[in-house]
Design a protein around this ligand. Sequence first.
Ligand SMILES: [Zn+2]
Length: 315
Amino acid sequence: MFTDAPSPFDHPKADIILRSSDYVYFRVFRLFLSLASPFFEAMFELPQPSVHDSGDEIKDGLVVIPVTEDSRTLDHLLRFCYPSTLAEDPNLEDLTDVVQVSEAARKYSLELIEKKVGNALGNQAILEKEPFRAFAVACGSRMEDETRTAARYTLRHPLMPPKVKELELITAIDLRQLLHYHAKCADAVQTLTSLSWMEYHYRATGDRWLTDVYHYGEHCDCPRTNKYRFKDNSTPPDWWAEYMDATWIALRDRPSGTTVLNGLDEAVKKARSRCSRCGYRVLEHMTEFTRVFADAVENLTTEVGHHIRKLSHRD
Ligand SMILES: [Zn+2]
């Protein structure tokens, strides 16, 4: 129930104790907190009532100040306040931590720390896992770069954002901007159906792995389809056409390079089950092909991002 915080917040020479909402006692030095925050500085400058006649909780002869943050948030916050020789800045990989520490930093006027916490929004793990929440937090805090980055990661997901609490942090205009960006990217990506990017990439090496029924001296048994035709009127294997059809549909909803890469395994599996010749080389060829395809998608959505300004501005 009542516990003591771990090192370095258990220092015997500490001069004040902060008690978290879940009853963990943090022994801290006023000086570090005062230097980091005008809020703490002002609080500690108030005449401290004598230990004997105040109603304050006293522990080991030190005044205990109750705070509303829980121990996890307080631990993170204090590590940011302490000099790095005593406590390293925490690596925030959970968005809930980011939100809570950031709120606490704002409350205690820890501006520099608020900024540092904001940088955690650029954390890859957070962006991959919860881009919408990261977007809402960054946008709600008017952090332009982080907002843009998070918006890019939302392209890996369907247009309709999940219901997350942080959506309360942004306005309907902000949300509209995000949906607009998503829709623009989806439109832009559909222009790739011309396959000119593919022609460009294979201009030197050729796309014979896709079009030749005789290749490397072996006959390809892949069933062919007329659905896609290349310039010499050659036709690709049906598993490739199926991959492309499915990918165009998926890209409408999730216009991101990862969407292109997601279909790779299934395409390879199909090719291997339908053709003995393609079984050998399909992984190599399709890995190259999907990388080029994904790059083309990413280049286009980057371009759209440049044209959509002020993702995090309120005008
Ligand atoms: Zn084949």
